[in-house]
Write a protein that binds this ligand. Structure first.
Ligand SMILES: CSCCC(=O)C(=O)COP(=O)(O)O
Ligand SMILES: [Mg+2]
Length: 233
């Protein structure tokens, strides 16, 4: 079957893990207390803070909620509430030009070429959809948002669950067998393959110094650059 759509992960795939861990996460950690103090009463913010409080027994004040969130950042928890709040906090950083989002040099040219060839491109990341739009809207390669036809985050389900990929295929309106999923995480690729997707492991040397060849690739096609992604067998 020819590939008719491409779904890509962000961290470790289009972009370096170190940018997320060393720039975005510390920025969110620092900015969260002032953000919650200033905007904690807005409905769109309160919704997520209350979700965190409920999961921690329901008796948390905002200072405790911030501490829980900062702990989750340190653990790299992919919790939907944390990701939604991080996206709002990062908006100030992007707008203030405190940073631009890292994109591997091979990623933007390949995405452009696939789009030019008529393949619709989609994003599936643990980062919230607003955070994804900010990320690609303020990337080292400029505003890449026009390249993408749709965005998915963990509101569709976890990235290691096959049901999430089935849901995405239905939303896109393309059979799962005709969609190629690109990710740096083999467990995500396993779930996508279980749902019928074609898969490629993006194995970036900068992020994964130990190559994941042989059994470590779980049978997924493996490349070190978007330039080497093959769209037909
Ligand atoms: C696009 S938001 C920044 C990345 C982020 O918070 C994250 O958790 C990325 O995880 P991914 O699913 O893209 O590996
Ligand atoms: Mg990733």
């Amino acid at each position: 079957m020819p590939i008719r759509a491409i779904l890509t992960d962000i961290e470790g795939t289009t972009s370096s893990i170190s940018f997320v861990k060393d720039v975005l996460f510390p920025y969110a950690r620092r900015a969260l207390p002032a953000f919650v103090a200033a905007r904690g009463k807005e409905l769109g913010v309160r919704r997520w803070l209350d979700m965190v409080a409920t999961e921690n027994g329901g008796m948390c004040d905002d200072r405790m909620i911030v501490e829980v969130l900062q702990g989750w950042i340190d653990e790299d928890r992919k919790h939907t509430a944390l990701k939604a709040l991080q996206g709002m906090v990062w908006a100030d950083g992007y707008r203030g030009a405190d940073f631009t989002a890292h994109i591997y040099p091979d990623a933007a040219p390949a995405l452009n070429a696939w789009k030019e060839a008529g393949l619709p491109l989609y994003v599936y990341s643990s980062g919230s959809v607003p955070a994804q739009r900010l990320f690609f809207g303020h990337s080292d390669a400029g505003d890449l948002t026009p390249l993408f036809s749709g965005w998915f985050d963990t509101e569709v389900g976890g990235k290691r669950e096959a049901a999430s990929y089935r849901h995405i295929a239905e939303s896109i309106g393309v059979p799962s067998t005709d969609i190629l999923f690109l990710s740096d995480v083999v467990e995500e690729l396993d779930a996508a393959r279980e749902a019928g997707f074609a898969t490629v492991l993006i194995d970036r040397r900068q992020d994964y110094p130990q190559p994941r060849t042989g059994d470590a690739a779980h049978g997924h096609a493996r490349v070190e650059s978007f330039a080497d992604v093959a769209l037909s067998p």
